[in-house]
Design a protein around this ligand. Structure first.
Ligand code: SF4
Length: 452
């Protein structure tokens, strides 16, 4: 029996987000070829400016690939066009309840394979990145991103490049030109500190990016479009936080903890480009909140008060996806909240700033100063903040091979955890998916034992 499928199919919102993530290739193709839209490659949740133009489409490049299970998901997609996702979800639930074995097995395979199939593709991209000659010292994320660009940059008109404090990241962005020099690279430099006139400078840099996007799009920039988009993404950020904290960290959750972690992993991946359609993503994640609450209200949730809450981080640059299943089997529940650690879940302050460019500048300055671009002292404070808000009983740190920026602060973090939180923590090293599962499992086993 599947650990995930039985429950995931009850959430039509999860089916929709999975479908848009994995089977987005056809839709992207249609937008590019028939609707003559420009696809713009993005990585990390930096897609917002692109949404200011009607014919520009941000895409996290792995989504342009064909996945093994796309075919089956496409059948579900076609069914949803006729019956709607809610009915597809009900039908799948009916099949599972009725125990129609053959179909039930296929459903298990489709749903279980969403994250699994993505991981296979990630490893494939990693190998292509390595073959391309990228420094072996680079982290998993950068190797896979190179692989994604080697295989798919022919489909994109531009890459959206944000400089962050990680020098390897900036080097990777610079290397994209050598993969395909016909792809335009659009750079947004973010001053490392919010001092002096850095906000004005950042606004100028944002305006230059907007000029570049205008040239590409052929449409003029409009304050209103960007303002409306920021309102939409703020709603996404709030719903995302509700799922992590109000629902995920409570004693009754809507499904088993491993499924819940799987949903958090799905959100973490898809949040980077909102599956190329922010309004649709906003509707889906809002529906997810409602569906989760509804299950809890109807008494269909699971009492997890005895399961230890384990914050697992950082995972955005690559992590072993078996982690949450292992933790669940050992009596815990893994919670992923990287985007909040890095401050991407803060509102873009559009409600108190009329000019969306100014609002976005403040948002980026905050991320840079207090999240992804900050120094290790502030970053470790951010880990502590999130662990506190989650009420975590333990913290598992994923030390990425090759990461000298975000993953190298465990020693400092450990001291702070001991002092400020008084909870146990551990780290494991990660290089490539599936490479280290046994060792991770043994280490997690000893760690969870300590919590009993
Ligand atoms: S911060 Fe670390 S994980 Fe992120 S891109 Fe840089 S090296 Fe990779």
């Amino acid at each position: 029996m599947s650990l995930y499928a039985d429950e995931i199919i009850r959430f039509s919102s999860v089916l929709k987000i999975s479908y848009n993530l994995i089977a987005g290739r056809d839709e992207l193709k249609r937008m590019k070829l028939r609707e003559k839209k420009h696809l713009i490659s993005v990585a990390l949740p930096f897609s917002d400016l692109i949404y200011g133009f009607p014919n520009l489409v941000p895409v996290f490049p792995i989504r342009m690939h064909m996945f093994n299970i796309s075919k089956y998901l496409s059948y579900l997609g076609s069914a949803s066009n006729i019956f709607g996702w809610d009915n597809v979800s009900k039908f799948l639930g009916f099949v599972k309840n009725a125990g129609i074995e053959e179909i039930s097995k296929i459903i298990d395979e489709i749903i279980d394979d969403v994250i699994e199939t993505l991981n296979q593709k990630y490893n494939e991209m990693y190998d292509i990145g390595v073959e391309r000659g990228i420094s072996t010292d680079f982290c998993f994320a950068l190797k896979t991103l190179v692989g994604m660009h080697v295989t798919k940059s022919k489909n994109v008109s531009a890459t959206m490049n944000y400089s962050i404090r990680c020098s390897a990241w900036n080097k990777y962005l610079e290397s994209l030109k050598s993969i395909d020099d016909s792809v335009k690279d659009i750079w947004l430099d973010i001053p490392p500190r919010n001092i002096g006139n850095s906000i004005e400078l950042l606004q100028d840099n944002i305006r230059s990016v907007i000029n570049e996007l205008e040239k590409l799009s052929g449409h003029s920039y409009s304050d209103n479009t960007l303002r409306e988009h920021f309102k939409t993404t703020n709603q996404i950020r709030r719903d995302y936080k509700t799922i992590i904290y109000d629902i995920g960290a409570s004693d009754i959750i809507p499904c088993n903890p491993a499924t819940f972690s799987e949903i958090l992993a799905l959100l973490s991946l898809s949040f980077q480009d909102y599956n190329s359609n922010a309004k649709r993503y906003a509707e889906n994640i809002h529906q997810m909140v409602n569906e989760m609450r509804e299950r809890i209200r109807k008494g269909l949730g699971m009492d997890v008060s005895k399961y230890h809450k384990i914050m697992v981080t950082p995972m955005f640059g690559g992590w072993e996806p078996k982690t949450h299943e292992i933790i669940y089997k050992l009596g815990g529940r893994a919670l992923y909240a990287d985007w909040d650690v890095l401050r991407f879940l803060e509102d873009i302050p559009i409600s108190n700033r009329r000019d969306p460019i100014e609002a976005y500048a403040y948002f980026l300055a905050d991320i840079t100063e207090n999240g992804i671009g900050c120094d290790n002292d502030i970053l470790t404070d951010s880990y502590i903040r999130v662990a506190k808000n989650l009420g975590a009983d333990g913290l598992v740190f994923n030390q990425l091979f090759g990461c000298h920026s975000v993953s190298n602060c465990y020693r400092l973090l450990k001291d702070k955890i001991r002092k400020d939180l008084e909870i146990p923590s551990m780290y494991y090293t990660f290089n490539r998916i599936g490479e280290n599962v046994e060792q991770i499992s043994t280490r997690l086993g000893a760690f969870m034992e300590m919590l009993q």
